[in-house]
Design a protein around this ligand. Structure first.
Ligand SMILES: C[S@@+](CC[C@H](N)C(=O)[O-])C[C@H]1O[C@@H](n2cnc3c(N)ncnc32)[C@H](O)[C@@H]1O
Ligand code: SF4
Ligand code: SF4
Ligand code: SF4
Length: 413
C-alpha cells in the first residue's frame, strides 16, 4: 500500500500505542506476552526507535487526530529503557508539531528505573504514569521476577514512592492470574493503601503453540485445543475476584477509588460508551506501533498476519482505515456467537476482548469468550447496585448514595 491519505477524513478516533523500544526488558515476568515478539525482529541491528522515526510519528500522529487534544501513549518492552533524552526530544517535537493544540502523554512502565530525574520530568510535563504491579509482595513476586529469578516488588515500591514524592499522577495496571485471583481483597486493599486511586485488572488468557515464525503464544482461531500456561486465570475465579472487590468498593469506596471494570459496567448500564475497547461493541481504533514503524491491529495482535504496514511507506490513516483494520474492528460485533447475541449482559460485555474468544458455546459454536462464566457471574452480582447508581444519576443525585443501600443489602446476605 502506498502513502496516500495523511489526514483523517472520518470522525473515527485513531490511537497508536508507540513502542520506543521493542521486546527488550530489565525484567522477565513469566507471563509476559510481549517479550517473545523479539522473534519477529531477530537479526535487526537495534530495537530502539530512532530520532527520525520519532519525528515522523509525532508529526503524522498529531495531524491525524480529529479531537482538539492529542494523547500519546508510550509502551514497551520496558519503556524507560529508551532513556530520558528520548522523551525530552519527544516532548519538544510534540510542542513543535502541535502548533498550540493541547498534548497529553501517558506512559506504561514496570517502574524499576524510576528516579528523581525521571519523576521531575514526568511532573514538569504532566505525564500520567501507569505502573505495573500485581498486588502485595507475595502476589507481585509470584511472576514479576528479574532475569536472575529475584522478585521485583521492593524496586517497584521504591519507584511508586518516588512518584508520590514528586506528586506525579499514576495509576496501577495489574494482571489477574491463577494465583492472585485468590487474593482479591488483600490485593485491592493493598492498592488503596499505596494510594492507587485508579486501578485496572487484566485477565491472563493465553495458549501455547508452535508457530513457524517462532512465536509460542497464539492468537484466537488457531489450534483450538492447545494447552494454556499455568498462570492463566480460571474463568470463575476471575468473576469471583471482581465480585469480592466490588462488595468492598460498593460499600465504602464509590467516588474515591476507581476500578476500570466498574466504570465500564456503569457506563454500559446508563447507555454511555464504556471508555475502554474491551467492553465496546466494536474495536480496532487502537493500534500498536513497533520501534521501527511497523503498525499492528492492536497490542494484543502483534502477529505478522495482523500487520497493517509501516509508517515509512503507509500513512497512519490509510492503515487504520484499511479494509483489514475495519473488518478486524467490526468482527468484534459481527462474529459473536449466538450465546452472546442472546445474552442479557450483551450491552455491557459485548463478548469482551476478541483475543480471549477461544472457547465454544454449549452448542459447540466457536468464538465464545473463555472468561464467559466468570463475566456472567460478575454481571449478575453487580446488577442491582449498578441499576441503583444509574437511577441516582438519572435523578441527578450522586451515585455514591449506593453505598448506604449496599451496606444494608449486603449485610443481610
Ligand atoms: C507488556 S507490558 C509493557 C510495559 C512495561 N514493561 C510494564 O510491565 O508495564 C504492559 C502490560 O501488559 C501486562 N501483561 C504482560 N503479559 C500479559 C499477559 N500475558 N496477559 C495480560 N497482560 C499481560 C503487564 O503486566 C503490563 O502491565
Ligand atoms: S516488565 Fe513488562 S515487558 Fe518486561 S517482562 Fe514484565 S510485563 Fe513484560
Ligand atoms: S482486540 Fe481486545 S484489546 Fe485489542 S482493540 Fe479489540 S477489544 Fe481492545
Ligand atoms: S457474558 Fe458471556 S455470553 Fe454474555 S456477552 Fe459476555 S461472553 Fe457473551
Amino acid at each position: 500500500m502506498g502513502k496516500t491519505i495523511a489526514y483523517n477524513p472520518l470522525d473515527y478516533p485513531i490511537y497508536v500505542m508507540a513502542k520506543p523500544v521493542g521486546a527488550m526488558c530489565n525484567l522477565d515476568c513469566s507471563y509476559c506476552y510481549y517479550l517473545e515478539k523479539g522473534e519477529l525482529y531477530r537479526g535487526q541491528r537495534s530495537n530502539r526507535m530512532t530520532d527520525e522515526m520519532l519525528e515522523k510519528f509525532t508529526e503524522e500522529y498529531i495531524n491525524c487526530q480529529t479531537t482538539p487534544e492529542v494523547l500519546f501513549t508510550w509502551h514497551g518492552g520496558e519503556t524507560l529503557l529508551r532513556g530520558l533524552d528520548f522523551f525530552r526530544k519527544a516532548v519538544a517535537l510534540q510542542k513543535r508539531y502541535a502548533k498550540g493544540r493541547p498534548i497529553a502523554n501517558s506512559i506504561q512502565t514496570n517502574g524499576i528505573l524510576l528516579n528523581d530525574e525521571w519523576c521531575r520530568f514526568f511532573k514538569e510535563n504532566n505525564f500520567l504514569v501507569g505502573i505495573s504491579i500485581d498486588g502485595p509482595e507475595h502476589v507481585h513476586d509470584r511472576y514479576r521476577k528479574d532475569k536472575g529469578g529475584r522478585g521485583s516488588f521492593a524496586r517497584v515500591m521504591k519507584g511508586i514512592e518516588l512518584l508520590q514524592k514528586h506528586q506525579v499522577e499514576f495509576n496501577t495496571l495489574s494482571v489477574v492470574n491463577d494465583y492472585n485471583a485468590h487474593y482479591a481483597l488483600e490485593t485491592y486493599r493493598f492498592f488503596k493503601e499505596i494510594g492507587s486511586c485508579y486501578m485496572q485488572f487484566s485477565p491472563i488468557v493465553e495458549r501455547w503453540g508452535d508457530r513457524p515464525d517462532g512465536l509460542e503464544l497464539l492468537p484466537p482461531g488457531e489450534f483450538p485445543d492447545t494447552e494454556m500456561p499455568p498462570w492463566c486465570v480460571d474463568p470463575l475465579d476471575y468473576g469471583q475476584f471482581y465480585c469480592d472487590i466490588f462488595d468492598e468498593w460498593v460499600c465504602n469506596d464509590v467516588g474515591r477509588y476507581f476500578v476500570q471494570m466498574f466504570d465500564a459496567t456503569l457506563a454500559g448500564v446508563v447507555g454511555a460508551a464504556p471508555g475502554v475497547c474491551i467492553y465496546g461493541k466494536t474495536c480496532g481504533h487502537a493500534a500498536a506501533m513497533e520501534y521501527n514503524g511497523d503498525v499492528y491491529a492492536c497490542d494484543h495482535f502483534v502477529f505478522p498476519e495482523y500487520k497493517r504496514g509501516n509508517i515509512k511507506t503507509d500513512t497512519l490513516v490509510s492503515m487504520m482505515l484499511s479494509p483489514e483494520q475495519m473488518a478486524f474492528g467490526n468482527a468484534k460485533r459481527n462474529t459473536l456467537p449466538r450465546q452472546c447475541r442472546e445474552c442479557r449482559f450483551l450491552n455491557l460485555c459485548n463478548g469482551e476482548c476478541p483475543k480471549n474468544r477461544i472457547s465454544k458455546t454449549v452448542t459447540g459454536e466457536p468464538g465464545l469468550n473463555y472468561l464467559c462464566a466468570g463475566l456472567q457471574k460478575y454481571y449478575a452480582h453487580v446488577m442491582p447496585y449498578m441499576n441503583y447508581m444509574a437511577e441516582e444519576l438519572k435523578n441527578q443525585r450522586p451515585p455514591a448514595n449506593v453505598m448506604q443501600y449496599a451496606r444494608e443489602h449486603l449485610n443481610k446476605k
